[in-house]
Design a protein around this ligand. Structure first.
Ligand code: GLC
Length: 539
């Protein structure tokens, strides 16, 4: 329970996403791991977050950076061991950090023993029923069973050597489970218990709306624009989460769920957050919002109104491991997120983008509910857009026929200290360079370089997160808009707190206040500077 609101911790938690392969490398092989993360837990404690969410750490051939899971109940040797994971959970708890792990239920890896068994057992076998195997169309079955496309490009079907096709909504190395099969349901319940038994505090659910498919597997081409796509958001998915919720609630820590739900309309989105289903879902409309006051205000209003329908708290999220870092996005001519961003690199004014990113941090941490931070945003890291083609690893690069540069640019290993790569990411004497190259310009962005510099983005986040804990009006609760002109967002929280964000090019006068708690950039003659935000104590 939070001391302030006497409500469950997840209703106003700040959760920091750790992307393990890029956080900190303990063994010097150039890839982040659990040893590196364990050493850096005090950094996260001192930053002032409440919990960490770890992107997948499971056994995986890494065809999609670990989102292709071959064993859901063990740790990939690249990252460490199960014993180390258990120690990490205990250590995090000792620092008062909760731990959320990723669960990937839509698909596994083609190296998963059950998929291998299905391939070996052949057409018509019970082993194949755990996946979506189908004969092809065309005279010799040479055409895919339907017209669905993979989210990574190309068809969503791949043909096995014996002629049957199997479904994969992502890479061919990620076959989709058939959730209509009871064995799949049971196996994931065992996995949930496995991690809850080890003390995890919750799960982030990968592509949470995709699990159940329309069993008729209809072509998408003939469906009207208002018809829900047959590979997602099917009614049956809710029953799965109701079962999961019962399991999580039966544990003393009452595990929590956060769903990755990209395409839902806001009302359908909140159906996942009904009181007996998931606790929260990522707010992607907020992440996708352009740098525009009216657009932000609209997203905030819609978010709060729809979440109120089910009594769930909103989440506020600006970046993650799948999207262009927002310091870069906000410096472009087009500031809204699009998955096509990596297809055509647009120039970015990084000074402007960083200003806006700092203001956006104060906005998202002042809104009612819980907030997600993606590792490195507290350092103001930009997207890395000049990774040499030969080093790109995201399957989207290959699957798009080398037209979509993918998501590697937001996954570059963090700079911790020092003047040159690997910037303390790997220990001295490391045997390999970081798995993606770090830019020369990152020396000034390292955690060590920013520590103690009051103007730095890291110190801004530290102060904001500290205030979020001490200001009784922040976190869960309600928001009241205050009058403001067009480019300004101005709202009050509770009795004594107000936030003003100036999204325009001209400084705006400070509204009435008692004192200034924090600014994302210095005031200009008692005015809020362009593209900056201010937190105020008000009467
Ligand atoms: C989610 C993950 C992404 C992954 C995909 C397939 O969208 O966030 O990184 O590639 O699912 O698992």
């Amino acid at each position: 329970m939070s001391a302030r609101h006497d409500s469950p911790w997840w209703r106003d938690a700040v959760i920091y996403q750790v992307y393990p392969r890029s956080f900190a490398d303990g063994n010097g092989d150039g890839v982040g791991d659990l040893a590196g993360l364990r050493e850096r837990l005090p950094y996260l404690r001192d930053l002032g977050v409440d919990a960490i969410w770890l992107s997948p750490w499971y056994v995986s051939p890494m065809a999609d950076a670990g989102y292709d899971v071959a064993d859901y109940r063990d740790i990939d040797p690249l990252f460490g061991t199960l014993v180390e994971a258990e120690e990490l959970i205990a250590q995090a708890h000792a620092h008062r950090l909760r731990v959320i792990v990723d669960i990937v239920p839509n698909h596994c890896s083609d190296a998963h023993p059950r998929f291998r068994a299905a391939l070996a057992a052949g057409p018509g076998s019970p082993e194949r029923e755990l996946f979506w195997f189908r004969p092809g169309r065309g005279e010799h079955g040479e055409l895919p069973p339907n017209d669905w496309g993979s989210h990574f490009g190309g068809p969503a079907w791949t043909r096995a050597a014996d002629g049957e096709w199997f479904l994969h909504m992502f890479a061919p190395e990620q076959p989709d489970w058939n959730w209509d099969h009871p064995a799949v349901r049971e196996d994931f319940q065992v996995t949930l218990r496995f991690w809850l038994d080890r003390g995890v505090d919750g799960f982030r659910i990968d592509v949470a709306d995709h699990l159940v498919k329309d069993p008729a597997l209809p072509d998408a081409a003939g469906l009207g624009p208002d018809v829900i796509r047959p590979w997602r958001d099917q009614e049956g998915v809710h029953e799965i989460y109701r079962e999961w919720r019962k399991i999580a609630d039966s544990y003393p820590q009452r595990g929590v769920f956060v769903g990755e739900l990209w395409d839902e309309d806001p009302v359908r989105f909140t159906r996942y957050l009904r009181p007996d289903e998931l606790h929260t879902g990522f707010n992607f409309p907020f992440l996708s919002c352009p740098w525009d006051a009216a657009a932000f205000r609209d997203v905030v209003d819609r978010t709060l109104a729809t979440h109120a329908l089910v009594g769930a708290p909103a989440t506020w999220v600006l970046s993650n491991h799948d999207v262009v870092r927002h310091a870069t996005r906000y410096g472009r001519a087009h500031t809204a997120h699009s998955f096509d961003d990596a297809k055509h690199v647009e120039p970015s004014d990084l000074a402007l983008g960083t200003r806006r990113a700092r203001a956006a941090a104060l906005l998202s941490l002042a809104l009612p509910g819980s907030a997600y931070l993606y590792q490195g945003e507290e350092l103001g890291l930009p997207e890395v857009e000049d990774i040499p083609d030969a080093l790109l690893q995201d399957p989207r690069w290959l699957r798009s026929g080398f037209t979509d540069r993918g998501r590697d640019g937001c996954r570059v290993p963090l700079p911790w200290s020092g003047d040159a790569a690997p910037y303390g990411f790997s220990p001295p004497g490391a045997t390999a360079p970081p798995w993606l190259p770090q830019p020369a310009s990152w020396a000034r962005l390292s955690a060590a370089a920013q520590t103690g510099d009051r103007r730095s983005t890291l110190e801004l986040y530290r102060r904001a997160l500290h205030l979020r804990r001490t200001e009784p009006d922040l976190g869960d609760g309600t928001l009241t808009w205050l009058p403001s002109d067009g480019d300004v967002l101005h709202f009050r929280r509770g009795d004594g707190f107000a936030c003003l964000v100036n999204l325009g090019d001209r400084a705006v006068p400070l509204p009435p206040y008692e004192y200034v708690l924090l600014t994302s950039d210095p005031l200009e003659d008692l005015k809020v500077a362009p593209h900056s935000a201010v937190w105020l104590r008000v009467a």
